[in-house]
Design a protein around this ligand. Sequence first.
Ligand code: SF4
Ligand code: MG
Length: 336
Amino acid sequence: MGNLLEVEKLKVSFRSHGGEVQAVRGVSFHIEHGEVLAVVGESGCGKSVTAQAIMKLLPKRGCSIKEGSIVFEGNDLLKLSANKMKRLKGSQISMVFQDPMTSLNPTMKIGHQIAEGIIKHKGLDKRKAKGRALELLKMVGIPNPEARYDQYPHELSGGMRQRVLIAVALACDPKLLIADEPTTALDVTIQAQILDLMKDLQQKLGTSIMLITHDLGVVAEMAQKVIVMYAGIVVESGTAEDILEHPKHPYTLGLLNSLPNYETAEKERLIPIEGTPPDLYAPPAGCPFAARCNYAMEICVQEMPESFETENGHHSRCWLNDPRAPKVAEFAAAGR
Ligand code: SF4
Ligand code: MG
């Protein structure tokens, strides 16, 4: 199946009194119909900014898209009028945020928050919209939807609120759901339940998902494809299996080593990645990971590595993947 979303060479900068922060520095990826793409990286790597650019949620002041295109079903969203974008956002692309308390309207009954979008974008009358909202509440696993319909967000637990938010996002049958750290604010058991729910709904409805996370366990659970971001660029991309089982970039390997084994939840062997990402006011000319990388070579600080295709569709932006580079045993041994 073809691509639903194509992001090409996206560059986003923020101006502040300190100068210009290059938050996203030439990011490209695509999402196919019915596919779950995970966008992985530490905070500040540009993953949320990329999502905000797609949703046109970037702050108006001080922020600019310097370059690139974001094409959704043939339309470049960057060239779309505000009105057309608004329609698209209600009916074709929707977003689930990290914190359901701040994303839901605290003064509005949850049922109405779901029904509102259905009335606006699907043109259903109030009664039909309520029926559909009740169906959605049931679908996202809210017990006793009739009673819950008239409750306010504060009357629900964090997990229930996240379920409501998912219902709001799915109300108009979007083709693309962007989920930015959807389970981070929840405790572990509830996290697992919400992920199960999302996976289940994704399979049932065939919705494409762009899933933003710093948690490779979530990736293993949900995604078919992965892009790993660091300092505003994509450093590695491939299938979930490529990334989790055969990482080719030292940063990805570092992420894997710093997390409990996602299959066995072993707590041993956790090695944090020392150091911090570079200052994006003045990004380094060479590899942005060089200052933290155990394998850095001379060329790494001099020249930005190109993106090497190591296998079919598996890309790594690291000089180690240059056929002339020395072989590093850790990568062969990384198979977990
Ligand atoms: Fe490390 Fe060099 Fe690869 Fe960057 S290009 S990740 S510094 S080996
Ligand atoms: Mg973020």
